[in-house]
Write a protein of this length. Structure first.
Length: 346
């Protein structure tokens, strides 16, 4: 089969790899129909995730068709259309029983990280019964790819961890796919203001179309001063970091109001300064989280009922065989005006 393979920082190729086989009775083999590229894949290619080794097939998102199941798989059968979760859950360990699937003792974020992932014609899914979801008949499968990772990530790590509430003020630093997913799901709670902050005017314009009440291009104006002007000099109740670089995390701590919350979502490859000399008395909460995907069933219902439209996040479509071009498009977001790309193998 063909797959996108990582060969060290800055190096990748689309090459022939062996088709995966069942390794445990709880496994399923899925033929990929649709997959995508994540900002985390770009972090891997920068060398920010050293656990990813030479030869690894990247990708942790997608939908597909069950090709084969292990003898212990009871919830799925050959031919079922499934949504692949970016998080693998055994469903039985201590962390899974707490709902912290991201720290599953036998799983967690393994696809495209510690085991081969979804940017391929086929993928092996461990613990299939608790790591896949049935796709309802008639559902738009492109839209559901957004439920593999970015929507539960934005919702759980940004909105829920950030304690977004009706009438509150929210600032989201980063208007890429994760930031926009945080924006879309923050609207479940009717915040009074949603301020989007980015360097890319196109992404800021998109965020307005998605419901942002204010936008700030931080390369053109003093972001802290503008946020303070918008909020009556008190700061925001929730600051969501959706980039993963030190400057954006530190910006979040500079704009959060006393008693507010900084919710980190971004994947960080370098240390960020924590200015406790300014923050120690502000009664703020700082949260971190790797997505657990516990909200995937809820989000699936909102998409099927058309209360949430993830198709708005898709800007480019490619064949899987054109994945190298897709990476170029996704990696040059400002030039290409790209958000999420869809790669089709059907």
């Amino acid at each position: 089969m063909k797959a996108l393979v990582y060969h060290g920082p800055g190096q990748k190729s689309f090459e022939e790899k062996p088709k995966p086989v069942l390794a445990a009775p709880t496994d399923a083999i899925v033929r990929i129909l649709k997959t995508t590229i994540c900002g985390t894949d770009l972090h891997i290619l920068k060398g920010d995730v050293p656990e990813v080794t030479d030869g690894r097939i990247l990708g942790h998102e997608g939908v597909g068709v069950i090709e084969e199941t292990g003898s212990s798989v009871t919830n799925f059968k050959k031919g079922d259309h499934v949504l692949i979760s970016c998080i693998t859950s055994c469903g039985k360990c201590e962390y899974c029983r707490k709902g912290m699937y991201s720290h599953c003792e036998n799983g967690g974020w393994v696809l495209g990280h510690l085991i081969d992932g979804t940017q391929a014609e086929y993928v092996r899914i461990p613990y299939a019964d608790t790591s896949l979801y049935h796709i309802p008949p008639g559902a738009n499968e492109e839209a559901l790819v957004m439920l593999s990772d970015i929507l539960p990530t934005g919702y759980e790590c940004g909105v829920l961890n950030g304690r977004v509430q009706p009438g509150c003020t929210v600032a989201i630093v980063g208007s890429g796919p994760i930031g926009l997913a945080s924006l879309l799901t923050a609207e479940f709670y009717s915040p009074g203001a949603i301020i989007m902050i980015d360097l890319d005017d196109n992404r800021l314009e998109v965020s307005k179309q998605f419901g942002a009440t204010h936008t700030i291009n931080s390369s053109k104006e003093n972001t802290v001063e503008r946020v303070m002007a918008i909020t009556g000099n008190r700061g925001v109740d929730t600051a969501i970091e959706a980039v993963g670089v030190p400057a954006t995390f530190e910006l979040c701590t500079a704009i959060v109001a006393p008693g507010g919350c900084v919710a980190n979502v971004g994947v960080h490859g370098k240390p960020a300064a924590l200015h406790l000399e300014d923050l120690w008395a502000k009664n703020i909460i700082i949260t971190t989280r790797l997505v657990d995907t516990v909200t995937t069933p809820l989000l699936l219902k909102t998409v099927v009922s058309e209360k949430l439209d993830p198709l708005k996040l898709i800007t480019h479509r490619f064949r899987l065989t054109d994945i190298m071009q897709a990476y170029e498009t996704f990696g040059q977001a400002e030039k290409e005006k790209s958000l999420k790309v869809i790669l089709s193998n059907d």
